[in-house]
Design a protein around this ligand. Structure first.
Ligand code: ZN
Length: 165
């Protein structure tokens, strides 16, 4: 029996814990529990993490540090903008540190954070909340299998081999 390794076009199930600045901010429930599944090599997870998974086997675990440039990017100074106070709905408290969802004209939403309050305008940071941060992952490979041709065609994992959509 040949050993399964993480390689391009393999469906990898991985459990993980993400720590930033010493704080756990995200996880697949538990390093021994739930796992996320993705197709390796398609950029479905952040590049700096995908890179180090190659060659790992089922049951392998690793601690990985990913620099901002290979995660959510460096902080973009042009992503700080002034927004008129009257553009904010009353449901958003105008306080430094408030994080809210901003909707663009094309319907996309992303998180924004208030950084400064002016007389008439509010200074807002549109960078991803994890921009500029180094990410620390604890990862464990739970399962590896070859992607089906249908999964490769669709570019995503089908649960239990069934087509759910
Ligand atoms: Zn599909």
């Amino acid at each position: 029996m040949s050993e399964s390794l993480v390689k391009d076009n393999a469906v990898v199930s991985m459990s993980y814990v993400l720590t930033v600045d010493g704080e756990v901010i995200d996880s697949s429930e538990n390093i021994e529990g739930e796992a996320i599944a993705f197709i390796q090599g398609l950029g479905q997870i952040i590049p700096g993490l995908e890179k180090v998974l190659y060659g790992m086997k089922i049951g392998d675990s690793k601690q990985v540090k990913v620099k901002a440039g290979e995660a959510y990017g460096e902080i973009d100074q042009e992503a700080f903008v002034w927004v008129p106070r009257e553009d904010f709905p009353e449901t958003i408290p105008l306080e430094v540190g408030t994080v809210f969802e901003m909707r663009e004209e094309n319907g996309d939403t992303h998180l924004a954070r208030i950084t400064e309050l002016g007389e008439e305008q509010v200074h807002v940071d549109l960078n991803h909340p994890l921009a500029g941060k180094e990410l620390s992952f604890d990862v464990k490979v739970v399962e590896i299998r070859d992607a089906t041709s249908e999964e490769l065609e669709h570019g995503h994992v089908h649960d239990h081999g069934a087509h759910g959509h």
